[in-house]
Design a protein around this ligand. Sequence first.
Ligand SMILES: *Cc1c(COP(=O)(O)O)cnc(C)c1O
Length: 367
Amino acid sequence: MDKILVTRSAMPEYEEYIEMIKPLWDSHWLTNMGVYHKELEAKLKEYMDVPQISLMVNGHMALEMAMQALDLPAGGEVITTPFTFISTTHAIIRNKLVPVFCDIKEDDYTIDENKIESLITEKTVAIVPVHVYGNICNVEVINEIAKRYNLKVIYDACHSFGEAYKGVKIGNFGDASVFSFHATKVFNTIEGGAVTFKTEELYERLYNLKNFGIRGEEHIQDVGANAKLNEFSAIMGLCNLRHVDDNIRLRKEKVQQYIQHLDGEEGITIQRFDQPNVVYNYGYFPVRFQNEEIRNKVYIALREQDIYARKYFYPLTADAECFRNKYKKDDLSVARRVSKTILVLPLYPELEPEHIQRICEIVKMHL
Ligand SMILES: *Cc1c(COP(=O)(O)O)cnc(C)c1O
């Protein structure tokens, strides 16, 4: 049997993509905010139901650009979660900001909004929460704290494409939300990403920042970088966007199959996709075991059968060796426990029911 990886990139039919990229051979316009870049921005703005969107070369640069565009002052403290992909923390540090790690909640793995306030100092400039595995942060309380202390909020929404909370699409919360369109995400442009936000002013700023700050041949307005999405990627996005709802529906079916196999089993906690008022995208299927030893045993047992689950997110970003003990950490006991006991099982639209059954059998053997 073939290897089963934790995910499998969504792709359109070969002919669909080839047909779409043909015009590039006439125009020879391959990047620099071409027609497909514009078209994808327009289509995503509609699909994501946001006032403004700026496409980026990837999710990480989208995070960096969003923080730079909001003019967070160097040395400022940013309250964030250690239970995320390393990119979130790197983006903060690469903007010369100081991460202050806050613990998470045991039930949905997002930042514990009740612990944010005690971490605020006169140096605090922003909160960077992460919607984790499609679970949405407590946007109401976070918004209220941010208002009270005059802080910016940038959501890392890389796991949450297409989701909604109380009927509001997920890119509408905070000062900005950041999405990744990496090959492994629910919606992909091969590599790619976006920032969503509210004002035209921020659109102009991000446009400058992602294009070296160049505004006209002789005008350099800003100290920018290069974070532009190319036309081949934009076209991949236009194709994949046509199928993303079908893919989410198929993902949901796979999740339901997993739940059928694992429901009621002792010794395992499964992601329930039951936050009130949330429309999920079914991007990941994480499960938790009673301790690290069992988690690691299951991980290895699956690997021996060519099934590649991921210890995700492990280790905590706060414990990465490149900045271990360099930054203030709150008591991160919940995050640490979750990180040691979690395993993300394979999930993608084409995953076969027999595969899910096999994966669950192996899991259950070790409980
Ligand atoms: C994928 C991801 C990123 C980084 O996005 P890239 O497109 O890979 O640069 C950042 N944060 C989170 C939570 C992610 O899942």
